[in-house]
Write a protein that binds this ligand. Structure first.
Ligand code: ATP
Ligand code: MG
Length: 556
């Protein structure tokens, strides 16, 4: 799956130069999620960057769980992450890898630093540590434990490992420079005591390495050539390099950073997405309104469209908000090309064709897609009683209204021209039925009398149509940056971002749709058969996206 259309970016240039100069002989990258939540659109970008580099340069990419913080991690997340990466269409090299499988090696390297006088056990409390650390404008102060003898440090480190000390009572720190202008170099923590079981290693460990101590060393173990991460790690790079230089690691990886993807009208932080789930504001991580990969999947976004979007926005060294309309554009383009057409009446109004025989049923064939003959045809039963959308009929209307009007004509999509002659009302005075005449011999032809219809509307046969449940989704948030600065995203949740209707009726073929199959419901939008809830007996479709971008219009 080499995508030659992907624009070249600064990382491609770095990799190309490294290959040309012989600094590396093979490109090896990795995608390193922490299994503390489901993957989101930002991770899709990171996946596309890391796997994409490997693909374009004939290298390989590992999937490595950065599982150094067992408190927030779980097997459920591990499984969902693998599913998501595979669903996006990427293949990791060999088996899935775990940071936790390197714990023994990391521990030995911690001892190595201690022996070399480059790490020490520190007994300052968290508050004291913060105070000693200084600020951006003031240097820090050395910990009173900084000059502990090597033997004492080794013994204490072992005691930490053996569970002899309480959580928070001690940590292992690198001995670097408390006056460094880079706060990450002020004797950063390498190991902390956490007396919790780990999903992979069980009770073997009660000390866990920090991200900083683990990440670069894992890269080195796996022979990663280009360790690509997001910009917030730029200030950690000197520490990444320091550790690599001071440890007997088997290879020399380098870290490169790119700007995070932040789509507008979206939050992309696992912590906040977890809040939405935990507080019941959505139905789960895979709620179709969620920017998670599993949410987008359930919403009807295809892997190809998501990958296309990731390519389209490029890879740069600046963080910024990307207009979510670009994502929606990629989704729409893909569906326009690949989704078969179907008719579904969302808010049905009965139409009776007064001059059409009671017992007659015609089978009309229509193309599944206007320009994709390979998609074949579908059959549409046509009978005396039809359903049209309530919005598509008016008793009176001006010229701009190109649908059915009393006394006027309209074409039924793929079928005949009809003319509205009368209405019937229910006891509340609401129109219950529109009585129409079929204009003879108008299948694929204009009426012989020359009175052409102005518009085309969709329809289904009342007795053949299948009732379907539609789940109509809107953007979850109603402002561009729902979590900018200290903003509480709760204030910006779109009210009624999910509307469910069970009144809709669709052309009969839709009952046979398979879960996750997408359609364009003509004139209504793109819909997908729900991955979990759809069946032939109870068809359920999720609205993926409208036919065009109407969001700004609604907004104003
Ligand atoms: P979050 O902030 O959502 O919790 P994270 O960065 O903590 O995300 P990780 O599991 O550590 O999540 O991320 C795995 C990889 O995905 C990292 O390399 C990270 O830089 C990258 N990544 C995470 N969010 C984004 C984003 N919005 N855009 C691009 N890459 C991202
Ligand atoms: Mg992280």
């Amino acid at each position: 799956m080499t995508d030659t259309t992907a624009p070249s970016n600064f990382l491609d240039n770095i990799v190309r130069e490294d290959l040309e100069s012989g600094r590396v002989s093979e490109v090896v990258t990795r995608f390193p999620p922490e299994p503390n939540g489901y993957l989101h659109i930002g991770h899709a970008k990171s996946i596309s960057v890391n796997f994409g580099l490997a693909e374009r340069f004939g290298g390989r990419c590992n999937l490595r769980f950065d599982d150094t913080n067992p408190l927030k991690e779980s097997q459920e997340y591990i499984e969902s992450i693998q599913d998501d990466v595979a669903w996006l269409g990427y293949h990791w090299d060999g088996d899935v890898r775990y940071a936790s499988s390197y714990f023994e090696q990391l521990y030995q390297w911690a001892q190595h630093l201690v022996r070399g006088g480059k790490a020490y056990v520190c007994d300052l409390s968290a508050d004291e540590t913060r105070e000693y650390r200084g600020t951006l404008t003031e240097p820090g102060r050395n910990s009173p434990y900084r000059d502990r003898p090597v033997e004492e440090n080794l013994a204490l480190l072992e005691g930490m490992k053996n569970g002899e000390f309480d959580e928070g009572s001690r940590v292992l720190r690198a001995k670097i420079d408390m006056a460094s202008p880079n706060m990450n170099m002020r004797d950063p923590t390498l190991y902390r005591i956490r007396k919790v079981a780990h999903h992979q290693t069980g009770d073997t460990w009660c000390i866990y390495p920090t991200y900083d101590f683990a990440h670069g060393q894992e890269d080195a173990i796996e022979g990663i050539s280009h360790s690509v991460c997001t910009l917030e790690f730029e200030d950690h790079r000197p520490l990444y390099d320091w550790l690599i230089e001071n440890l007997p690691v088997p290879s020399r990886p380098h870290q490169y950073e790119f700007g995070r993807l932040n789509p507008s009208y979206t939050v992309t932080s696992k912590r906040k997405l977890k809040q939405l789930v935990d507080e019941g504001l959505v139905s789960g991580w895979d709620d179709p309104r969620m920017p998670t990969i599993s949410g987008m999947r359930r919403r009807g976004y295809s892997p190809a469209a998501i990958r296309r979007f990731c390519d389209m926005i490029g890879t740069t060294r600046s963080d910024g908000i990307v207009d979510v309309a670009m994502l929606e554009h990629a989704i729409r383009d893909d569906l326009n090309e690949n989704a078969p057409r179907a008719m579904c009446v969302v808010d049905p109004l009965r139409v009776v064709l007064v001059n059409y025989p009671d017992d007659k049923v015609e089978t009309i064939t229509a193309a599944a897609h206007p320009s994709r003959e390979d998609m074949g045809e579908r059959e549409l039963p046509f009978a005396r009683e039809l359903l049209i959308d309530r919005d598509d009929f008016r008793e009176e209307a001006n010229k701009k209204y190109k649908r059915l009007v009393l006394g006027k004509r309209v074409r039924l999509r793929n079928a005949y021209v009809i003319e509205a002659v009368d209405v019937e009302r229910d006891s509340n005075g609401e129109i219950s039925t529109v009585l129409c005449e079929v204009i003879e011999d108008t299948l694929g032809k204009d009426p012989a009398d020359g009175v052409k219809p102005k518009g085309v509307i969709h329809w289904v046969s009342a007795s053949h149509g299948v009732p379907v449940e539609l789940r109509l989704y809107d953007r979850l948030f109603n402002v561009e940056a729902p979590d900018r600065g200290d903003e509480d995203f709760h204030h910006y949740l779109t009210p009624d971002s999910l509307l469910v209707t069970t009144a809709a009726v669709a052309e009969p073929g839709l009952a046979a749709a398979t879960p996750e199959q997408s359609f364009q419901f003509e004139r209504e939008g793109y819909f997908v058969a729900d991955r979990f809830d759809h069946s032939a007996e109870t068809p359920v479709f999720n609205k993926t996206i409208g036919l065009r971008d109407t969001w700004q219009r609604q907004d104003n």
